[in-house]
Design a protein around this ligand. Structure first.
Ligand code: PGA
Ligand code: ZN
Length: 409
């Protein structure tokens, strides 16, 4: 049984405050969860509770911490820690009052406490015998809302294809990251790294960044599209408007924009493409699946917001081919588990993802493994809040005796 709940303000990778919840059981087991935070958030996501006002740009979470202690604690104390669904039903009802950040941290804390009380890791609470490790999708170049909109496209990632083990996948991606860095160093000054640790280069646009990725893959001695594919998160909601898509000084209507992405998917070895259209552009998403869905897997993030009903509907409409899963978009582990189940029931691939604002919390590694995700996405191969997750996946793989990677899409 849940015996005590406490909470505190901790800090995320952007130097912003976030909430950590700690759950203790009657047997003395303990679990912790920290809420991550997005920058390119969808408007249908669970709402975070932030204090507002002048301090820290209104981002403080003093109120959320207070409510976790005074409201969430009393209402979940006494419930069986192994009954995640019962706890999450209560958290989901309280969400509008206490914030999705508060419920996310509490829900994750309960999952970890449930594992601790049985002496097992969180992944094993979800599935005692996973059949594979999720394939890592790793950022090499950051753009969009994570790099002052230097490029319209948000994430230039790679997806290792030839490795069959996760440790080898990380090794190859690290070589590519270094190789892109070397190419950039030859080209001139760099801006540093973007929010998720990817290079923040001076580029002229999307194709320049794609050329850099291809050059890096080749310089690392790998064959683009054979050993290492490219994955993009367009995050098109960020530059979508009622009139279409604005990129640099150009403006595209939906049909022209998807035609442009289709051209890129045929010119480069792109295996997955996330949010090609904005969160309200159902026609654009359907058009993407119909035109480029045979060369790249169309992934829904802002369009689906980890909502089982939206996933169901989007699958029926043929508006997506894979679902991105982020616990804090829906606010509870159970809500996200339902989204995973809806995706699987509709033959969609599952990508479990971190946020651009992260911490040392490694829950996403456990969720991706325990839910049997096809792909796991947590940013680049640099920076502690990212490597915390990758390194945890290495430990999980070891604990499982070494599993094959999930089949590539
Ligand atoms: P976000 O970015 O956490 O800023 O939303 C990640 C993503 O869009 O997938
Ligand atoms: Zn996204």
């Amino acid at each position: 049984t849940i015996a005590a709940v406490c909470a505190r303000r901790v800090w995320d990778s952007r130097g912003l405050p976030t909430i950590e919840v700690e759950v203790r059981t009657s047997s003395g087991a303990r679990g912790q969860g920290i809420a991550p935070a997005g920058a390119s958030t969808g408007r249908r996501e669970a709402r975070e509770l932030r204090d507002g006002g002048d301090r820290l740009g209104g981002c403080d979470v003093i109120r959320a911490v207070e409510l976790a202690i005074s409201v969430v604690g009393p209402r979940i104390t006494g419930i069986d820690v192994h009954d995640q669904e019962a706890v999450d039903a209560i958290l989901a009802r309280m969400g509008p009052e206490v914030g999705g950040n508060t419920t996310t941290a509490a829900s994750l804390a309960v999952l970890h406490a449930a594992g601790a009380s049985r002496g097992i890791p969180a992944w094993a609470v979800l599935d005692a015998a996973p059949r594979w490790m999720p394939r890592p999708q790793i950022q090499i170049i950051g753009g969009g809302a994570h790099a002052a909109h230097r490029t319209a496209v948000q994430d230039f990632m790679v997806l290792p294809l030839s490795p069959t083990r996760i440790a080898d996948a990380f090794f190859e991606v690290a070589e590519v990251y270094r190789a892109v860095g070397a190419v950039l160093a030859e080209r001139g000054p760099r801006r540093g790294v973007a929010d998720e640790g990817g290079h923040w280069p001076e580029v002229t646009g999307t194709e320049d960044a794609l050329d850099l990725l291809v050059a890096g893959i080749e310089r690392a001695g790998l064959v683009p599209g054979v050993d290492m594919a490219i994955s993009l998160d367009i995050a098109a909601t960020q530059f979508a408007s009622a009139d279409g898509y604005g990129v640099g000084d150009r403006s595209y209507d939906t049909a022209d924009w998807i035609a442009e992405l289709d051209r890129l998917c045929r010119a480069y070895p792109i295996s997955t493409i996330e949010d090609p259209a904005g969160e309200d552009d159902a026609r654009g998403m359907r058009r993407a699946v119909a035109t480029l869905g045979d060369t790249a897997v169309v992934v829904g993030d802002d369009y689906l917001v980890t909502d089982a009903d939206r996933i169901e509907a989007a699958a029926r409409d043929e508006a997506v081919q894979a679902a991105l899963i982020k616990v804090n978009q829906v606010g509870t582990v159970t809500g996200a588990a339902r989204a995973v189940a809806a995706a699987r029931a509709n033959d969609l691939s599952v990508i479990v993802s971190a946020r651009s604002g992260e911490t040392e919390d490694v829950s996403v590694a456990h969720l991706a493994t325990g839910w049997g995700a096809d792909i796991v996405k947590v940013g680049s191969i640099t920076r502690g809040e990212r490597t915390a997750k990758w390194n945890e996946l290495i430990r999980i793989d070891e604990a499982l005796g070494g599993l094959p990677l999930a089949p590539a899409p």
